[in-house]
Design a protein around this ligand. Structure first.
Ligand SMILES: Nc1ncnc2c1ncn2[C@@H]1O[C@H](COP(=O)(O)OP(=O)(O)OP(=O)(O)O)[C@@H](O)[C@H]1O
Ligand SMILES: [Mg+2]
Length: 216
């Protein structure tokens, strides 16, 4: 990547399984990019079980994203902290606060809007484990998604579920006001065209369960 070419890119780091190295990767990736001269912001969105700050050696109490969610600070950029590495800053995640891991939809949109406005060229979002809609939503609105797994069956299967969940969520989010019947025929047509695509398997059935206009 060329540091002189200033295009803002938001990366999200996810993967279904816990403990596979998402946070370590985020810190390493951010450190390398910052070392190359990019202005990098790490954002810890592992709400409730954050640890990016620990991996960066930040042990003293600092403002965290909880202050933003609890409206103690109006802007996310106000809590962008310096780290010991040049060009690398961090929005620190919060310790456990009740309800923190499940922000309301409008709050998720607000968080994303503020992340996009951070004064950095490259933004790396570290996500938590699992395939909860919160995690998939943040993953889906990023410019680039990075899925981390480990070479063991459980982790690979969870990563696969994560990719499938992200695809499903982005399909629903991008479908706007298309009615259920229209979405089902789009999915069925895609399945016909891509018979061997495992990611599309079972999606029409799931659509009936999850999409607001399909549930009745
Ligand atoms: N490539 C690696 N080589 C050796 N150890 C690693 C590697 N990646 C991660 N670890 C170790 O595995 C542990 C978990 O890593 P990490 O916290 O990055 O996982 P995670 O996917 O972010 O977990 P969580 O889902 O709980 O957030 C840490 O102790 C870390 O030091
Ligand atoms: Mg982590």
């Amino acid at each position: 990547m060329n540091p002189d070419k200033k295009t803002k890119i938001i990366f999200s780091v996810g993967g279904g399984k816990g403990g596979v190295g998402k946070s370590i990767f985020s810190v390493a990736f951010g450190t390398v990019l910052a070392g190359e001269g990019h202005n990098v912001a790490l954002v810890d969105l592992d709400l409730g079980t954050a640890n990016l700050h620990t991996y960066l050696g930040i042990i003293k109490k600092t403002p965290t994203i909880a202050d933003f969610i609890l409206k103690k600070t109006p802007s996310l950029k106000d809590i962008l902290l310096e780290t010991s590495r040049k060009n690398l800053r961090i929005i620190s995640g919060a310790e456990f606060v009740p309800g923190m891991a499940n922000p309301a939809h409008w709050m998720k949109l607000k968080i994303m809007r503020h992340i996009k406005a951070l004064p950095a060229d490259l933004i790396i979002i570290d996500l938590g484990a699992g395939v909860h809609f919160n995690t998939l939503d943040f993953f889906g609105v990023s410019d680039r998604g990075i899925v981390i797994t480990a070479p063991e069956p459980g982790a690979v299967i969870n990563a696969y579920s994560f990719i499938k969940g992200a695809l499903f969520k982005s399909f629903i989010m991008s479908s706007g006001n298309i009615p259920c019947s229209g979405l089902l025929s789009i999915l069925k047509r895609k399945k016909q065209q891509r018979k061997r695509d495992l990611l599309l398997r079972g999606l029409p059935g799931k659509l009936k369960t999850f999409h607001p206009t399909c549930s009745h």
